[in-house]
Design a protein around this ligand. Structure first.
Ligand code: VGL
Ligand code: ZN
Length: 212
């Protein structure tokens, strides 16, 4: 018997399963492709699935290419705080921005794009990095009366972590399914993200807790 039963109103948020975060992509997360079959399997247990899609203009402020003398994985101080700089990735309408065709979740109900404002990054599916600009996802889930939020996808230490923390801040019960995520882990970011998630009250489980 699985330890956890998914309720009819629970929702699975599948974060940023896009070609640029998968092997061969411009910001590839190690082993990112390994979680695709697991996510497909988990998604079958949920009546409600939301996909997020990192979606940047070509001159996005999070790209190292936009900052003279800066390299990817260095940081800059922006109006809203410290920003990690990335290789160009998930440029809207590029192949790398597409959600992998290996994701097999025909019943997904919403694809939420984020990071489309040139001057503000958005790791979280709920709120942009200025911590002020909402994406609308809180209202969407609330209006549809969707319950506990489960989070999987890429990357654990950025978009998964921030999405989970912001879901908790919005008042949802939140669980991250650890083995259905993979991290980037730059400058200790993975350990920091798990600590911040624990601090926010985010539960951490393994897929076998649901699937067994
Ligand atoms: C992500 C870095 C930059 C993610 C997105 O999906 O975790 N990470 N943009
Ligand atoms: Zn991004």
């Amino acid at each position: 018997m699985a330890a956890i039963t998914i309720a009819p109103n629970d929702v699975l948020i599948v974060v940023d399963m896009q070609y640029d975060f998968l092997p061969g992509g411009s910001l590839a997360v190690a082993d990112g492709d390994a979680i695709v079959p697991l996510i497909n399997n988990l998604a079958r247990r949920f009546s409600h699935v939301v996909l997020t899609q990192d979606w940047h203009p070509a001159d996005h402020i999070s790209f190292a290419s936009q900052h003279v003398g800066k390299a990817p994985f260095e940081t800059v101080e922006l109006d809203y705080g410290i920003q990690v700089l990335w290789p160009d990735h998930c440029v809207w309408s590029s192949h790398g921005a597409e959600i992998t065709a290996d994701l097999d979740i025909p019943h997904a109900q919403l694809v939420l794009r984020k990071g489309y404002n040139r001057a503000i990054d958005s790791y979280s599916g709920f709120q942009e990095a200025d911590r002020q600009t909402p994406t609308g996802l809180t209202g969407y889930l609330g209006e549809r009366d969707l319950g506990r939020v489960y989070v999987v996808g890429l990357a654990t230490d950025f978009c998964v972590g921030w999405t989970a923390i912001d879901a908790a801040a919005a008042g949802f019960d939140v669980t991250v399914i650890d083995d259905a995520t993979r991290g980037i882990d730059t400058a200790g970011s993975l350990a920091k993200a798990w600590a911040a998630m624990a601090e926010a009250g985010v539960e951490r489980i393994q897929s076998q807790d649901i699937l067994d």
